[in-house]
Design a protein around this ligand. Sequence first.
Ligand code: ZN
Ligand code: ZN
Length: 169
Amino acid sequence: MFRNYVKTSLDLNEFNKKIKDAPEGQRYCNAFCQKYMNNDEFYDGKANCKECYNQLIKARKMIDNNQLTAEQFKEDPTLVPREKTVIPVYRTCITCEEELTLDKFEATRKECIQCRKNKKKINYEDQFKKYKEGIEEVKTDITALSNLLKAMSVDLLKLVVRAKCYHLK
Ligand SMILES: [Zn+2]
Ligand SMILES: [Zn+2]
């Protein structure tokens, strides 16, 4: 979403390459810095460092309020000052109904990252229970078992593998 505002952003392919080659404990800021920086200079799950992120949030707010156009900001990002501190822009999570700062949300989500994580976990556990029964039923029939495993998502497979490992102990 921010890519529209930042001329220097790498495209997804190039950025993925940077992520793959990242030195231990470092991440790549894909906004104005365009370099590797320490993990603690980033908010969780963000592809830009905190300073860039704060600047972008502020810019978006100014664009929303017609104080600035996206084109102006794109041409000259210094129109919006950089700040180290979190700008308190809040959004209310539709699930836990808590008012949280924007860094607790993925860009376009109305549900906070934590709630989404919790939900995903619950879903996988539910699905896993169903599959587990199926696996028990067909475990002596290799063809049926491999068909069943093929139909599962990677995350579910991880749970199965983990469960089987515990089983062996
Ligand atoms: Zn940055
Ligand atoms: Zn929430």
